[in-house]
Design a protein around this ligand. Structure first.
Ligand code: GRF
Length: 207
């Protein structure tokens, strides 16, 4: 798990993977900031953690080479980005192709990038949500594994919408990780095929 901040998605995945039936095990939490709040969740759960601070490296390439080597040395099979606030180079994305997941707080391909909830409200969309996807070099793109949808309410603010979407993120990410780790979700072309037909969509009750 790669994080930069509070780590609420990390917390959701820690909870989900503590189930004996879970296919994935969180072997390492890596933060690029020593003050990432999510490191406390890792400590509380007894999960190994490490900090690779990008500011300690001359450039993106040196940072990523160290990061990738750290993960390989730990025997990591799958990377989950959860609020990891570094843009990844094509080199890293290719090295971990189809083994690198991200969660983004919008219904991709709409609203890539930052400030998604404000932009969704301003655009007047009726449905917002989140997407868990395999990572490709272009920011916030790649084969979609799971999406979650929530209605945008007339009096929503970016904060109120973010809160409802985050709640859904905490359900979508564990679902996506389980699908991938159990081998039921596979990249087929640039789409994800779910072998047993599990509908990889969650719709909030308010919808
Ligand atoms: C989430 O909204 C996620 O979708 C985005 O960054 C935020 C991370 O939140 N990529 P947290 O650190 O998991 O609480």
């Amino acid at each position: 798990m790669l994080i930069s901040g509070r780590g609420s998605n990390l917390q959701a995945l820690i909870r989900a993977t503590s189930d004996v039936e879970a296919s994935a095990e969180i072997a390492l939490v890596l933060a690029n900031r020593a003050d990432a709040g999510g490191l406390d969740h890792a400590a509380a759960a007894g999960i190994p953690q490490t900090v690779v601070d990008h500011r300690d490296y001359a450039d993106r390439e040196a940072f990523e080479r160290h990061l990738s080597a750290t993960l390989e040395a730990a025997g990591i099979e799958l990377i989950c980005l959860a609020g990891f606030m570094r843009v990844l180079s094509p080199w890293l994305v290719e090295r971990w192709r189809d083994r690198l997941l991200n969660i983004h707080p919008s219904l991709l391909p709409a609203f890539r990038g930052l400030d998604t909830h404000r932009r969704a409200i301003e655009a007047g969309v009726r449905l917002a949500g989140c997407t868990v996807h395999f990572v490709r070099a272009e920011v916030d793109s790649g084969p979609i594994i799971v999406q979650g949808a929530v209605p945008v309410l007339a009096d929503d603010t970016p904060d109120s919408l973010a809160t409802r979407v985050l709640d859904l993120e905490h359900r979508c990410y564990p679902m996506a990780l389980e699908l991938v780790a159990s081998g039921r979700a596979e990249v087929d072309g640039e789409r994800v095929r779910i072998d047993d037909g599990t509908p990889a969509l969650l719709i909030s009750p308010e919808a």
